[in-house]
Structure formats: structure tokens, C-alpha cells
Design a protein around this ligand. Structure first.
Ligand code: FMN
Length: 212
């Protein structure tokens, strides 16, 4: 899958097939994660792969009982090593870089999962101390996300979530000035809920047109 297509295909999925995700695939997700950029190449990330039923149940209870956390075949708990980042960059390392680095690693993981035919959800709503205690996570590590991973179920389809329009979030040179990239009047399709494949096709067409 091309990168852009993979980005457009990725979406949060909260219903998974019951079958196990082989460690070979999980390994590839984490391999992708550890190749993310990080401030000063500190690589402050650490990962805990959870498959055990009771542990997943406990983790779910730390996420306000989000059911998909318990039901996912695998949870990858992504932690940020605050000390590593703070040692080199002080507060900025601890408060900002560490979080950015692990977020970049997570996105790599989600995209590779999509390209492998897996589905995922990035879960950030959890009680940090509970998660630390359930998994024996040492003090220096901050759990930043629980990534649920599984194979999709065939009996349901997902509608792509909408995005704030490009024009509302992108400026040219200075804040507030319009950044033009496609002709006016051709943008309506981006505001409509359409099947995912149509989104991917349309965006590819636009890019091809622009390259001409
Ligand atoms: C930092 C962060 C925290 C999130 N926390 C949760 C969560 O606790 N539970 C959940 O179901 N989804 C969670 N999500 C997923 C978002 O709801 C989802 O990414 C968003 O609605 C956009 O939909 P999409 O991922 O399908 O494009 C989180 C996403 C991010 C980036």
C-alpha cells in the first residue's frame, strides 16, 4: 500500500475479530515504531505487549471500562521514558519531546498495522497510576497510550471520521492568509461522508492532476 493510501485507510476501529495476532506481526508494528524520529535520537519509547485475558480486563477497568480494550486480542502499551528525555533536554524534554517522540512512534505503528490488514485504536483515556500498577511499570516511565490491535470483523463497516477543512487549518506565510492548493469549487467532496475507497480514489486523482 502506498503511504498516502495507508494514511487515508487508517481509522480507529473498536471491534475486532477474536483471532490472535501473531507475534511476527506485532514485532513489525514495534519495529516500525522504533524507527520514528525522536529529539536528539533519544528514543524514549518502551512497549509492553499484553495478550493475557485477565490483564486486558484489568486494563479495560483503568480506561473507564472501554469495552474494546478488553476485547482486543492485543494491547500494546506505549510508555515514554521521561528521565531519558529530561537528562538531555530538561523540562522541554520531559514535557514535550518525550510525548512527541512517542506519538510519532505510535503513528508509525498504526500505519504499518493498516498496511498489514490489521486494525487499531489509539486509547489515551486511562488512569495512569492504575495502568502502572497493573503492569509493574517503573516510576521513570509514563504510559502514554494503549494501542488496541486486532483483525477486522467482516460483518461491520466503518465510516471515515470527518476532518476540519484544509483551508481552516493551513495558512500561507503568515497566520490567516489563505493557502491555495486546489481550485475553488472542486473541494465539496472533502466535506461529505463517503465510502473510504472513494476518498482514497479522489485524493489520488487530485494529486495526479496536480502533478500534470
Ligand atoms: C491522544 C489520543 C487519545 C485517544 N483516546 C481514545 C480513547 O481513549 N478511546 C477511544 O475509543 N479512542 C481514542 N482515540 C481515538 C480518537 O477518538 C480518533 O482518533 C478520532 O476520533 C479520529 O478518528 P479516526 O482515528 O478514525 O480517524 C484517541 C486518539 C488520540 C490521538
Amino acid at each position: 500500500m502506498e503511504v498516502f493510501e495507508t494514511i487515508m485507510k487508517r481509522q480507529s476501529v473498536r471491534m475486532y475479530d477474536k483471532k490472535d495476532v501473531p507475534n511476527e506481526l506485532i514485532g513489525q508494528l514495534i519495529e516500525a515504531a522504533i524507527h520514528a524520529p525522536s529529539a536528539g535520537n533519544i528514543q524514549p519509547w518502551e512497549f509492553i505487549v499484553v495478550k493475557e485475558k485477565n490483564t486486558k480486563k484489568e486494563l479495560s477497568s483503568a480506561t473507564l471500562r472501554q469495552r474494546h480494550v478488553e476485547e482486543a486480542p492485543v494491547i500494546i502499551v506505549v510508555c515514554a521514558n521521561l528521565e531519558k528525555s529530561a537528562d538531555k533536554y530538561g523540562d522541554r524534554g520531559k514535557d514535550l519531546y518525550c510525548i512527541q517522540d512517542t506519538a510519532a512512534a505510535i503513528e508509525n505503528m498504526l500505519l504499518v498495522a493498516t498496511s498489514l490488514g490489521l486494525c487499531t485504536c489509539w486509547n489515551g483515556a486511562f488512569e495512569e497510576n492504575k495502568v502502572k500498577s497493573i503492569l509493574n511499570i517503573p516510576e521513570r516511565l509514563k504510559p502514554v497510550a494503549l494501542i488496541t490491535v486486532g483483525f477486522p470483523v467482516s460483518y461491520t463497516t466503518h465510516t471515515k471520521t470527518l476532518r476540519r477543512p484544509f483551508e481552516n487549518v493551513t495558512y500561507s506565510e503568515k497566520y490567516g492568509a489563505h493557502f491555495q492548493w486546489i481550485e475553488k469549487g472542486t473541494q465539496e467532496w472533502r466535506f461529505k461522508v463517503r465510502p473510504l475507497e472513494e476518498h482514497v480514489k479522489k485524493i489520488k486523482e487530485k494529486i495526479t492532476e496536480r502533478k500534470k
